[in-house]
Design a protein around this ligand. Sequence first.
Ligand code: AMP
Ligand code: ZN
Ligand code: FE
Ligand code: FE
Length: 279
Amino acid sequence: MSAGTGFVDLHLHTIHSDGTERPEAVVAMAHQARLQAIAITDHDTLAGLPAAAVAAERHAIELIPGVELSASDGHSDVHILGYFVDPEAPGFATELNRLRDGRHTRAERIVAKLQALGVAIELERVLAIAGSAPIGRPHIAAAIVEAGRATSIEEAFERYLGYRGPAYVPKRTLAPAGAIDLVRQAGGVPVLAHPGSLRRDDLVPGLKAAGLQGIEVWHPKHDPGRVSRYTAMAHALGLAVTGGSDFHGGGRGTAVVGEQPVPSSVLAPLRAQRGAALG
Ligand code: AMP
Ligand code: ZN
Ligand code: FE
Ligand code: FE
């Protein structure tokens, strides 16, 4: 397929964070969906990229190195996608490590709260479910389902782990500007993920001033009205547009690889903003 005529999916999770599929399997799904390029955007880790790169080469799909960082502004969870990040950038791996440590501490606190609520799950089981991945609430939710205290991941969030749930513990996270900086320091292009879930459009101009370079316009949580609204907002602010399925795999949401109509023409403006890793 020639450049600029196909479709891409720039938001994919693997087993290296809270997805259920190996990077090779995700790349194979992208191949099935006839995608031209994909980005693997695991939470706080680049560990899925080497295997994805091998598979992408075999299927002649372009792989964009990516990551998804969680930041918070008050009670709002601001997710920043970073594209074209350089894994070798000085300090980047250390900072990602620190974020993963924070997830571990938080998981301990969530499990303690669950136990106090009479939900008998063990931290060891949660760690085993997470494997080498940064621990996320979906791993804890899986342990709750296993223990028979919820029938699905969604129900585990509703009953215990969600923002209003009794076992909720906030993640010790970066401020949005810190996440944006971290991506820029690693030579990457920071993009605001799923603003339709964030519901804080008022934050976008400030994020742009802090160095944001794009907005995720296509996402399963965005109906056509939101796609138009965020496209217009991106144009007005001089931000690139991106999109993806936010695929996590079977049982963790209903997203399908390649389901969003993201044209490959989004890649050139994104690539043009790529910086050199600073440090
Ligand atoms: P964490 O990074 O540990 O805060 O977990 C966030 C992840 O949990 C998100 O990326 C989603 O995959 C998942 N998640 C958040 N809310 C829900 C929900 N209500 N139902 C199912 N999964 C959710
Ligand atoms: Zn996730
Ligand atoms: Fe997200
Ligand atoms: Fe995501």
